[in-house]
Design a protein around this ligand. Structure first.
Ligand SMILES: Nc1ncnc2c1ncn2[C@@H]1O[C@H](COP(=O)(O)OP(=O)(O)OP(=O)(O)O)[C@@H](O)[C@H]1O
Ligand SMILES: [Mg+2]
Length: 248
């Protein structure tokens, strides 16, 4: 077992307003961590902070990835080291096709040339497992994709880039039943003993297919309770009311 991510007493702000308020989290290889918390608690902000999104200022604390301090590393460096973020609201980027985006990302991360014909062949089984048409590769990234198509495109990136840590911010939102199954299958194909997942979600949909090893309740900028998959079931049934007082 190897340490993948350690977050130690992280504080982060946006426009001088503190959003992350002393967060601690340790993720080891082979683990699937789930974060659940009310709207506006700061879950997406946390994922942006791990990737050093410049909108957020880390005012205290430390983040290490595979033993290296990445607290103040830039996003491209962190991504190249093997951290991947599937966005809650994927950006539409005109003028860059899905294929060129994936190919460029792959070659930057692997540090070597990627050959188009080989890479296309590599992507075919992944796309078919996600029930995506090959023609998606030639469309501009996320432009006019449906909500579900955008989410699938994020999972296509995950499967093609094979990071060490995958952070999935609401990868299940807006997916129909078949798409949830396809996306879960993709995540399961990625999951292994050498990598780890951090899944942010409001629902049990993905968790019915992917076994969570750790579940955390995230309220007002920090984790107030951690447990196993039974904790997710409790939250699904009872909500967060009982936890709101626990954030001292
Ligand atoms: N760039 C920003 N500018 C201003 N406020 C921001 C910014 N980013 C986040 N916030 C605020 O920080 C708080 C936390 O937002 P965040 O998106 O992290 O919540 P969340 O837990 O992911 O919620 P949800 O479950 O709805 O996705 C919210 O009040 C949000 O309005
Ligand atoms: Mg969010």
């Amino acid at each position: 077992m190897k340490n993948i991510l350690t977050i130690d007493n992280l504080h982060a702000s946006v426009h001088d307003k503190e959003i992350i308020k002393g967060l601690n989290l340790t993720i080891n290889s082979g683990e699937v961590h789930v974060i659940m918390g009310p709207n506006g608690a700061g879950k997406s902000t946390l994922s942006s902070c791990i990737l050093s999104n410049k909108q957020y200022v880390k005012t205290a604390g430390r983040i290490t990835f595979c033993g290296e301090d990445i607290t103040h590393a830039t996003t491209d460096v962190i991504a190249r080291k093997g951290v991947f973020l599937s966005h809650q609201l994927p950006e539409e980027i005109e003028g860059i096709s899905v294929f060129n985006f994936l190919k460029t990302a792959k070659s930057k991360i692997d540090g070597k040339n990627v050959y188009s014909t080989d890479f296309r062949k590599e992507l075919m089984p992944i796309m078919s497992s996600l029930d995506m048409s090959e023609s998606v590769l030639d469309r501009d990234l996320n432009v006019s994709f449906s909500g579900g198509e955008k989410k699938k495109c994020e999972i296509l990136q995950l499967m093609a880039l094979r990071p060490t840590l995958a952070i999935l911010d609401e990868a299940d939102s807006g997916l129909d039943t078949d798409a949830v199954k396809a996306v879960s299958k993709g995540i399961e194909m990625f999951r292994g003993e050498d990598n780890a997942l951090l899944i942010i979600t409001h629902s049990m949909k993905l968790l019915q297919h992917i076994p969570a090893t750790h579940v955390h309740v995230f309220i007002d900028g920090k984790i107030v309770k951690s447990g196993d998959s039974r904790l997710a079931e409790q939250i699904d049934m009872r909500g967060y009311e009982g936890y709101k007082g626990e954030n001292g």
